[in-house]
Design a protein around this ligand. Structure first.
Ligand code: PEP
Length: 255
C-alpha cells in the first residue's frame, strides 16, 4: 500500500468536434465499460483535458467526481498575451488541473525545461494542480541518457517550487507517444524508480514517497493492467486511447 491514489489522465490533445466531445462525456458519465465493481473514484482520480474551446461543455456536463484539465497555461498572469490562457483565468473558471511540459509542446513550441518550470511555479502559486510531463527521446534512450534527461527536466522545477503536493509527474518517453510502441513494464518501472530516487535525494524522501508518477506513451486497454502492477507506476496519462471507450478499461486498471 503506497498511500498514493491511482491517477488516470486523458489528454484529448487537439482533437474533437462538438458531437465527439458530447459522445465522450456520455461514455464517461455512463461508465458502462468499467471493469470493476467498486466505486471507481474510491480507487482512482480521473482528469480529462479537452481543447480549451471544449472545456466549458466538459466542465458543465462531466460527472463531478471526474475533473477537467487545461492542456497548457501561460507562464504569467492575464494580459497582452494573444492566444494564451493564464492560470488566473483557468482558476477563475473553476478548473483545478493543467498539463504542462507535454513533449509535443517541448518539441513543436520549443518549450524549454526552464520555461516549463516557470509555468509550473506560476500555476501552483495560483492554486492549480499540475500534471508535469517529462521524458526522453529515442536517441537519448539509445545513448543511455534517459536518467540524465529526466533529471534535467525536473531540476529547474525543484529549484522553483517548494510544495510538491499538487504535482503529478507524467513520465512519457517521447518514442512511445502516439507510436503504438509502449515502454515495457520493466522499462517504465526502471525510470519511475529512478525519478522517485531523484526526488528523494534532491527534494525529500517524504515528497518522493507521496508524489504520484504516472506513465504515458501508447497506453491501451490491452497493456494498462500489466503496467499498473509496477510498484512505482501510480497511473497513466493517456492520449489516443482516451478518445475511445477503451479509456474506461484503462481507468479500471487501478484495481
Ligand atoms: C500523450 O499525449 O500524453 C500520450 C501519452 O499519447 P498516446 O497515449 O497517444 O501515446
Amino acid at each position: 500500500m503506497t498511500g498514493r491514489k491511482f491517477f488516470v489522465g486523458g489528454n484529448w490533445k487537439c482533437n474533437g468536434t462538438v458531437a465527439k466531445v458530447k459522445e465522450l462525456v456520455d461514455v464517461l458519465n455512463n461508465g458502462e465499460g468499467f471493469t470493476t465493481s467498486v466505486d471507481i473514484t474510491d480507487i482512482v482520480e480521473v482528469v480529462v483535458a479537452p481543447v480549451a474551446l471544449h472545456i466549458p461543455y466538459v466542465h458543465d456536463k462531466l460527472r463531478k467526481d471526474f475533473k477537467v484539465a487545461a492542456q497548457n497555461a501561460w507562464v504569467k498572469g492575464s494580459g497582452a498575451y494573444t492566444g494564451e490562457i493564464s492560470a488566473d483565468i483557468l482558476k477563475d473558471y473553476g478548473l483545478e488541473w493543467v498539463i504542462l511540459g507535454h513533449s509535443e509542446r517541448r518539441a513543436l513550441m520549443h518549450e524549454t525545461s526552464e520555461f516549463v518550470a516557470d509555468k509550473t511555479a506560476y500555476c501552483l502559486e495560483k492554486g492549480l494542480s499540475v500534471i508535469l510531463c517529462i521524458g526522453e527521446k529515442l536517441e537519448e534512450r539509445e545513448s543511455n541518457k534517459t536518467f540524465d534527461v529526466v533529471a534535467s527536466q525536473l531540476a529547474p522545477v525543484a529549484d522553483k517550487i517548494k510544495d510538491w503536493s499538487k504535482v503529478v509527474i507524467a513520465y512519457e518517453p517521447v518514442w512511445a507517444i502516439g507510436t503504438g510502441k509502449v515502454a515495457s513494464p520493466e522499462q517504465a518501472q526502471e525510470v519511475h524508480d529512478n525519478v522517485r530516487g531523484w526526488l528523494s535525494e534532491k527534494v525529500s524522501p517524504d515528497v518522493a514517497s507521496a508524489t504520484r508518477i504516472i506513465y504515458g506513451g501508447s497506453v491501451s486497454a490491452s497493456n494498462s493492467d500489466e503496467l499498473a502492477t509496477c510498484k512505482d507506476i501510480d497511473g497513466f496519462l493517456v492520449g489516443g486511447a482516451s478518445l475511445k471507450p477503451d479509456f474506461l478499461k484503462i481507468i479500471s486498471s487501478a484495481q
